[in-house]
Design a protein around this ligand. Structure first.
Ligand code: NAD
Length: 444
């Protein structure tokens, strides 16, 4: 059987990872992006983003000819059977979803489809608010192409669940495939593509309407974020009582099978390119149809305040921060990524600077992206040890493995006044408290 040829429109974390994974399994993949420098880099076999395992897949797939990227959409669409829309869907200033890239992608696809006689399947993979696929994408493609959906081209909504930091692994080992189909033929073809990709290891497939597929993605993110905000709320309660420790409380409740142990790690709060914007988009969308989502509101509220707990803990250890040197270990929104979008480090660092602190930062992957955000308001260190040198307090903001390996003696040896705030609960409080001034989120 001849494999489907596929194209991805938007080569960011989702589009590029998916493109490289499909190409690595022998599919002919064409990636299209409006960003010329990205396209050029990929064609040289290089990854424009940091994601474990991705560089190797791109290098091999470009070398053996399965992965090509282009800034010419006609080339991408005419030479493939299926096009995934994987452009960004950021937040607008008011929290509403910004659909401009999806709308533009749909219009460009429509115009290009005029030059193709064969039926073509379009798949919305970007996270979009309920009804967008049928009420926004479909009419835009129909108008720009002069063709009819279902008859001349197919349309599906197929949300993505990969996590940055383990995106390649998540793609190869997905929990489920959600296919929101406008018509049966489109759903059949998309399911057949995934059956070819996964073979006997295909995860459960849910075939449903586009609006259900859109809702599943938002409900999924909102539930996970709610779980983390919940344990952060309990952490803040624990902090009031000597002897209380949220880590033990989380372990205790996590063993209840109805709750489960995942996403019960208390810390400095969540950030990233998805949860903050998706929860706001869901809340605003619901409000527009006169539905309140009080749990989503509370989830966002807890998270808005959580990063500042680290600054308060630093003050509890060393007093006034004005003129003090504070080492911030970790900038990316989570480990194993260089993504700084909505990272809590940004809010923590701004607050430290407002308090008059002198801030030195280090991150194993995100320094280049961080430089664009912080400019010269912080000093960038070249290693964790370099960051700790002569500091009065160290804040653990991202749980990189490299920081987990630091011992109390490393802090004692290099810092002026060894004081550590563990914002990600990576250290044993008994060991650290016995050797230096130590505070941690959710530790009474
Ligand atoms: N990043 C994640 O972990 C993740 C996980 C699941 C779902 N999602 C969703 O997937 C979508 C993409 O997210 P991302 O993080 O990959 O975005 P991204 O910002 O990393 O990449 C988007 C890419 O689209 C390109 N682009 C913009 N307009 C274009 C156009 N008209 N044609 C072609 N390319 C265009 C940009 O140049 C960029 O390279 C979003 O809706 C996001 O919510 C993201």
């Amino acid at each position: 059987m001849v494999k489907f040829r596929i194209s991805f429109m938007g080569l960011g974390y989702v589009g590029l990872v998916s493109a490289a994974c499909f190409a690595s399994r022998g599919f002919n993949v064409i990636g299209f992006d409006v960003d010329e420098s990205k396209v050029k880099k990929i064609n040289q076999g290089l990854s424009p983003i940091f994601e474990p395992g991705l560089s190797k897949l791109i290098e091999q797939s470009v070398k053996n000819g399965y992965l090509k990227s282009t800034t010419n959409l006609v080339e991408a669409i005419v030479n493939t059977d299926i096009t995934f829309i994987t452009v960004g869907t950021p937040s607008r200033e008011d929290g509403n979803i910004d659909l401009r890239y999806v709308e533009e992608a749909a219009r460009m696809i429509g115009e290009t489809l005029q030059q193709k006689d064969e039926w073509h399947l379009v798949v919305v993979k970007s996270t979009v608010t309920p009804t967008t696929t049928e009420k926004v994408v479909k009419p835009i493609i129909e108008k720009a192409s002069g063709k009819r959906c279902c008859k001349d081209f197919g349309l599906c909504m197929n949300p993505e669940f990969l996590r940055e930091g383990s995106a390649v692994e998540d793609t190869f080992k997905a929990d489920r495939i959600i296919i929101g189909e406008v018509d049966t033929r489109s759903g059949n073809i998309l399911e057949a593509l995934y059956r070819e990709f996964y073979g006997n290891n295909i995860p459960p497939v849910i075939r449903t309407t586009p609006v259900n597929a859109e809702l599943i993605k938002y409900a999924n993110n909102a539930f996970l974020a709610m779980k983390v905000s919940f344990i952060n709320m309990i952490a803040n309660l624990c902090q009031k009582f000597p002897g209380a420790d949220v880590e033990i409380v989380a372990k205790g409740i996590g063993l209840d099978k109805r709750i489960g142990p995942l996403f019960l790690k208390a810390g400095a709060g969540w950030g990233g390119s998805c949860w903050p914007k998706d929860l706001k988009a869901l809340r605003n969308f619901a409000n527009r149809v006169n539905i309140d989502l009080p749990l989503v509101d509370a989830t966002l509220k807890v998270n808005d305040e959580q990063p500042y707990i680290l600054v308060e803990l630093a003050k509890s250890l060393i007093g006034n921060l004005a003129g003090r040197k504070i080492a911030v270990l970790g900038l990316s929104f989570k480990p194993n990524t260089d993504d700084m979008r909505e990272a809590v480090s940004i809010r923590i660092i701004k607050k430290l600077i407002d308090e008059g602190a002198y801030v030195v930062v280090y991150d194993p992957a995100a320094l280049n992206n961080a430089k664009k955000i912080f400019g010269n308001i912080v000093k960038f260190a070249s290693s964790s040890i370099d960051c700790l040198k002569d500091a009065d307090c160290a804040l653990i903001v991202t749980e990189w493995d490299e920081f987990k390996r630091l011992k109390p003696d490393d802090f004692i040896k290099y810092m002026r006044t060894p004081a550590v705030v563990d914002g990600r609960r990576i250290y044993d409080p008994v060991v650290f408290s016995s050797k230096l001034r130590f505070a941690a989120v959710g530790l009474g």
